[in-house]
Design a protein around this ligand. Sequence first.
Ligand code: PFF
Length: 439
Amino acid sequence: MPSVTPSREFFATRPGFVLAAAGSAVGLGNMWRFSYQAAEGGGAAFVVLYVMMTFLIGVPIMASEFVIGRRSGRSPVGAYRSLGGAVWVPVGYLAVLAPLVILAYFSVISGWTLRYAIDAISGFSAEPALRFAEISSGPSAVLYHLILMGVTTAIVFRGIRKGIERVSLILMPVLLVLLIGLVAWAYSLPGSEQGYSFYLKPSFESLADPSVIKQAAAQAFLSLSVGMGVMITYASYLDHGHDLSQEAVSVSMFDFSVAFLGGLVVFPVIFALGLSGEVGASTIGALFISIPAAFVEMGIVGQVVGLIFFFALLVAGLTSSISLLEVVVASFMDEVKLSRGKSALIAGAIAAAVGIMPANSQSALGIMDKVASEIFVVAGALGSVLLAGWVLKDPLSELRTGVSSFFARIVPGLMFVIRYLAPAFIAIILWFTVRDAIA
Ligand code: PFF
């Protein structure tokens, strides 16, 4: 067992770990961000690239972070320091900064989700694009953001993981079932075909478009919660019985399924209900415009399903927010030796303050999202594969510890990607990003 303090010991069972990691991975990124990125990235080409990024590069990055976390038994700064030495400490700090930034604007979007859950009770607006414009920025968006930050901070402050884990244990499958139901309903809509062809028929030119490749990689990594210390921190609570490759594949499958199903609802609905104009005007709002429009069409049933849907999404968002705040709090506790309570209050207050900006301006939100996902997350992911592939002693033995005979077969391939393919690929992506930013 890695040397973790008893208060940090966490996962007794395999499902406990997989669900916590999946709880972090599955969130607003899968539904809100995936649909808006796919809309912006031209639909199907983006989706194909996203799938490739998730399984070819994302799984190896996640496995690297599991290796780093389990080997070190520490949160990111300590993990990088103990395994890589002082040179690596800045990468650890990046893993504290990035979650703070992401938490700040994710909380704004969770605020929108809460708002829609409340709307469901009184009935969704028949003008979904107008409604979105109304609630997405300004004083009420700030208020809802602060409420959500308060809830997140309170949960992490008290260290109650059991409550939220239990709730997500129920609501995650509920979200999945509702999604499948919505997929079937969307399929029945006249005019949905155009949505499917936008979402599922790739044009081959865009497959080679560097900016779409870059966006798809950032989306895959953000959605998997890699590059931000979360998986390192969670894996620091793992024992040697866990099969790291299998866990990485399971979490990624779960994460991918939710995003993919979400797209199977959002795009047919957008096309069938003629919402592409509205969505085009605010791609950030793609999900929040199309889904309520679907519920309005369903009448009273839509209100009930809508309430459950947005509530489940809220919980999915909350489990991700908790993991983001937890990394920062664990790092404050480990590095500055603050108590859990103080760390939570300070980190929560910083994220709440930073979030006021995106709550007032959708373009600020878009910029924060771009910088965090395309630079911080990608740089963090590069750090993870380099450390696991090149600095850590005998990473292969860590991957082989606890491995099942089935997954033992993919370990050499995984290691190859971790050492060569992933670092080269991620470095190229980062280069494109920097080049575009300069231009
Ligand atoms: N993966 C989460 C989502 O898709 O919503 C967002 C997220 C959570 C990113 C935790 C990073 C993280 F560390």
